[in-house]
Design a protein around this ligand. Structure first.
Ligand SMILES: CC(C)(COP(=O)(O)OP(=O)(O)OC[C@H]1O[C@@H](n2cnc3c(N)ncnc32)[C@H](O)[C@@H]1OP(=O)(O)O)[C@@H](O)C(=O)NCCC(=O)NCCS
Length: 224
């Protein structure tokens, strides 16, 4: 046994350094959830993410009972870490406001080391929508992607009727990048694709963002 103990990182996860990353905006802190926080985040999704007559997601994970929705959030987030590779990763961040989770902001990429492109996806609990949080958390993910990861472009996609998501993208400087028709619940739905390059991100940024806990080990895991 080693007689000198390895220093334990403050966040407690020696083998998963992204747990130490904190992205902060004036009102929010984004971080990878541990299982206790994930349980609370799952409860936010169980309480409802959108009107049940609508379906803003390509994968209709919000269909079903509150319990099913919460479980789906819990399992999906654990799966992201289980399947993480530098060539294909998805960083699912709990969005915290006043110390409590209010939603989820994801940033994902395939072959980021080559393409320098990542894509975002997000949701907020119903009680937290329409207060500018969606804009602030997307701005946080964009700052992280461009400033820390060295992204060249970040993309997003929203159903043609998702006015709020489209409004967030427009405010942050994204430009239209075509459409895509997909099958959701057996019906054809049209997704509007959006794209933001570094130049337009710089020209449209208004939210101050700070990143803490970024290390060389993180850089390797993200192929940044
Ligand atoms: C999409 C989502 C993350 C946006 O977050 P949010 O906090 O509600 O959005 P914000 O308050 O930051 O911004 C919404 C913008 O849409 C505008 N908006 C709201 N309702 C609108 C409407 N019916 N028509 C046009 N614009 C509208 C708001 O005015 C605001 O723009 P402004 O700041 O210029 O006034 C959130 O609404 C959500 O989780 N929705 C359900 C799940 C979802 O759709 N996820 C995204 C899938 S692509």
């Amino acid at each position: 046994m080693a007689d000198k103990e390895e220093p334990q990182p403050e966040h407690g996860f020696r083998f998963w350094p992204p747990h130490g990353i904190r992205i902060r905006t004036p009102r929010l802190e984004l971080r990878l959830p541990d299982t206790a926080l994930l349980d609370d985040l799952a409860a936010v999704s169980a309480d409802g993410v959108h009107d049940p007559t609508e379906m803003p997601f390509s994968v209709p994970w919000t269909d079903g009972s509150p319990e099913e929705r919460g479980r789906s959030t819990f399992q999906y987030q654990l799966g992201l870490i289980a399947e993480w590779r530098p060539e294909r990763w998805a960083f699912g961040l709990a969005v915290m406001r006043g110390g409590k989770p209010v939603g989820l902001q994801e940033l994902a990429a395939a072959d980021f080391g080559v393409t320098r492109e990542a894509e975002t996806g997000s949701w907020l609990g119903l009680a937290h929508q329409n207060q500018g949080i969606g804009t602030e958390m997307r701005a946080a993910a964009l700052h992280f992607a461009f400033e820390r990861l060295g992204a060249h472009a970040v993309t997003s996609a929203a159903m043609t009727d998702n006015t709020r998501s489209l409004a967030v993208s427009r405010k942050l400087g994204y430009v239209p990048d075509g459409v895509k028709v997909i099958a959701v619940r057996g019906e054809a739905r049209t997704l509007r694709r959006l794209r933001l390059d570094r130049e337009r991100w710089e020209a449209h940024r208004t939210v101050p963002v700070e990143v803490a806990g970024w290390t060389q080990e993180c850089r390797e895991l993200f192929a940044a």
